[in-house]
Write a protein that binds this ligand. Structure first.
Ligand SMILES: Nc1ncnc2c1ncn2[C@@H]1O[C@H](COP(=O)(O)OP(=O)(O)OP(=O)(O)O)[C@@H](O)[C@H]1O
Length: 639
């Protein structure tokens, strides 16, 4: 039976769990209890304030642009919910698939209060960062959830009542979260239902594009519901199941693991394409009503593209043959506990590569803990990595902290920018690698750890050893196998790499081809920021492209049109302009400014052409005049 939590029972549950260390089963809903347990085992301290690391405005804008497709798709529901939110003094929130708040709208007064507990755009509301909360817990539990008042892990969040539902893309990957949050003193009884319905509409809309080359089966037990957002959907490439919604899979007793494996003939008997609804026999003999529509286009399959919304860690990485071979070797070495060092220029994909090693390794079910050694202040790096005992130093959390090395237990520890690790921390790391145990700062018994090590750097480590800033013994230990990731400009098949990335980011799915000349110019650019820079530009181009039309050369920023490698330099005008900021923001601004210019200064028309709000365009063009903002150091991430 579901637990009905009242303020008193939740208080009693908290006392039992957090003070007495006993199980409060029956006093609080099972998902809340599971979340409290996860938070405690992640080392979150209920007596502390949550550690909030808001992004800089620039980084947030980049993130919002990266998720432009998701934001566009969710806009009708966000707008409809906003009305509701205003009436109930609450806010509607959209996050990315990791829980980072991208947008918030609704009651401005409550938005102000929410902001005081860091519920605002640019803040990570994942469970590992903020503790039990509807957004983060819905992501971990992979289902809609309401979190009310003291059910939140941290005290300051008691003022909130939140209802959130995860958004799955047609491949079953988490694309984002929709949330309604208000003040805990007003219980919004309908919030969870409203959010669920809205997400159902959004997920349904995700099937509208990108499956033109596939057959689509739409069905339901109730004939009247076929054709509505409640219908079950399965998508077949040939006869192979490649995408679907939750209802489609569950009606046929399947789950996401059936994608790419199950075949139409194995799932259902004799289903033929038809324009009308036909009876279909389900797995238990039940009669369903459905229609199978054949592909509307021929050509290469587009499934992988729409299915994957453009989140960096969900797209298929583009690797050349040599990198694929290196990946294969790295996986085998990591499985044999041999450390691997990945070397390459910034943005060449060192972390992307490391995550693929993790995904292919025997340790894939255990955590991948990424630590950016350059982003951690020197004074904190040892305590963050190796943990500390209770009261080890001023400012230490009351109960001590296990440290990132222990978080990686049974999994993979990825030390990015290892060349920037201070010498003292290098010594401790070496000891951990030799002894396979961690000794937290402030004393305490050593704790055995079992992790595989992957390191990365863009710096010449051997030269750092020569110069004395990197320990030779540690170098020999971590650099037993070195993967050299090529710079983008050095790839033999740059055109192929760009086309694949374009497709992976969703360009094909909106029916936009990279025109021949556009592709030539992109392939000829020297890409100092490598894949990061290329992916950023392509995302901006996709966000601003006109669906169904090839991408014209004029859509490219001047920097690309005027600065290229010698091979095709003759095809483009000479570089007259000084080099510009190639960041996604700058590129988007350029495209916006061009649209305004082409619309004869008419901002409304330019906004319409770009498919964005007029107010957004105004705001962005005004921002253009403001100075650059600083970027926050990368967070350490565990997944
Ligand atoms: N092989 C790839 N295929 C597709 N996209 C990639 C690839 N490599 C990198 N990217 C894109 O570039 C971004 C940056 O990649 P990553 O963080 O792995 O680079 P890096 O080499 O670790 O950079 P840095 O040295 O600055 O930390 C990724 O988020 C992704 O969008």
């Amino acid at each position: 039976m579901a637990t009905v939590a009242t303020a008193d029972t939740v208080q009693a549950a908290r006392r039992r769990f957090f003070v007495e260390g006993a199980s409060p089963e029956g006093l609080v809903a099972a998902p809340i209890l599971r979340s409290w347990q996860r938070c405690s085992s992640h080392g979150l301290d209920v007596g502390e304030r949550p550690r909030v690391e808001p992004m800089s405005l620039t980084a947030l804008r980049e993130e919002q642009e990266r998720y432009e497709i998701l934001r566009r798709i969710t806009r009708p529901e966000m707008t409809a919910l906003r009305q509701e939110a205003r009436l109930t003094d609450s806010v509607v929130i959209l996050t990315d698939g990791d829980g980072l708040v991208l947008e918030m709208m609704g009651d401005t007064e409550f938005a102000g209060r929410a902001s005081r507990v860091a519920l605002r755009p640019g803040v990570d509301w994942s469970e590992t960062a903020i503790g039990t909360n509807a957004i983060g817990t819905a992501l971990v539990e992979r289902r809609a959830i309401g979190v009310h008042g003291a059910e939140h892990f941290f005290e300051p969040h008691r003022i909130l009542t939140c209802a959130a539902a995860p958004i799955f893309n047609p491949r079953g990957q988490l694309a984002g979260v929709l949330d309604m949050s208000g003040h805990a003193s007003v219980r919004h009884v309908h919030a969870l239902g409203l959010v669920r319905l809205a997400v159902e509409q959004i997920e349904h809309r995700l099937f509208e594009r990108g499956f033109e080359t596939c057959a689509i089966l739409r069905f339901h037990e109730e004939a009247d519901l076929v054709g509505t957002a409640r219908e079950a959907i399965l998508v077949f490439d040939g006869d192979r199941l490649v995408a679907g919604n939750k209802r489609g899979l569950s009606l046929l007793k399947l789950d996401w693991s059936a994608l790419d494996k199950a075949r139409l003939g194995e799932i259902l008997e004799a289903v033929e394409p038809s324009a009308d609804l036909r009876p279909i026999r389900g797995p238990d003999g039940q009669i369903l009503h459905g229609r199978l529509t054949p592909p509307t286009q021929t050509g290469p399959r587009a499934v992988r593209t729409t299915a994957r919304l453009p989140a960096a860690d969900t797209i298929e990485p583009v690797f050349d043959t040599a990198t694929l071979a290196a990946l294969d070797r790295a996986i085998r070495l990591v499985d044999a506990d041999v450390p691997v060092l990945v070397h390459g220029e910034t943005g060449a994909g060192k972390e992307v590569f490391a995550r693929r090693v993790h995904a292919g390794s025997a340790r894939r079910a255990a955590p991948f803990v990424a630590v950016n050694c350059a982003a951690l202040p020197e004074s904190l790096i040892e305590s963050e990595l190796f943990g500390y005992e209770e009261g080890a130093f001023t400012g230490a959390r009351r109960q001590g902290q296990p440290g990132l090395v222990r978080q990686a237990d049974r999994g993979i520890l990825f030390l990015d920018e290892i060349g920037d690790m201070p010498l003292a921390a290098q010594g401790r790391l070496l000891r951990v690698l030799q002894e396979r145990q961690v000794r937290p700062l402030g004393g305490g018994a050593p704790v055995p750890v079992d992790f595989a090590l992957l390191c990365a750097t863009h710096r010449p480590l051997a030269a750092l050893v020569e110069g004395g800033s990197f320990r030779q013994d540690l170098y020999f230990r971590i650099a037993q196998y070195v993967v050299e990731l090529p710079a983008l400009r050095d790839l033999a098949d740059r055109r192929g790499a760009i086309t694949r990335l374009w497709s992976g980011l969703g360009g094909d799915a909106i029916g936009v081809d990279l025109g021949g000349e556009t592709l030539d110019l992109l392939a000829a650019h020297d890409w100092p920021g490598n894949f990061r820079q290329l992916a950023g530009l392509l995302r901006a181009m996709i966000a601003l492209a006109e669906p169904g039309r090839p991408l014209p050369v004029s859509a490219l920023p001047d920097e690309i049109r005027s600065r290229s490698l010698p091979a095709v330099r003759s095809a483009s005008p000479p570089a007259e302009e000084p080099m510009r900021d190639g960041s996604l923001s700058a590129l988007t601004l350029e495209a916006m400014a061009r649209a305004v210019e082409e619309s004869g200064g008419n901002v409304s028309r330019a906004a319409k052409k770009l498919g964005i709000d007029r107010s957004t365009l105004y705001r962005r063009l005004i921002w253009r005049g403001s100075g650059p903002e600083t970027r926050q150091p990368a967070r350490s991430r565990a997944s």
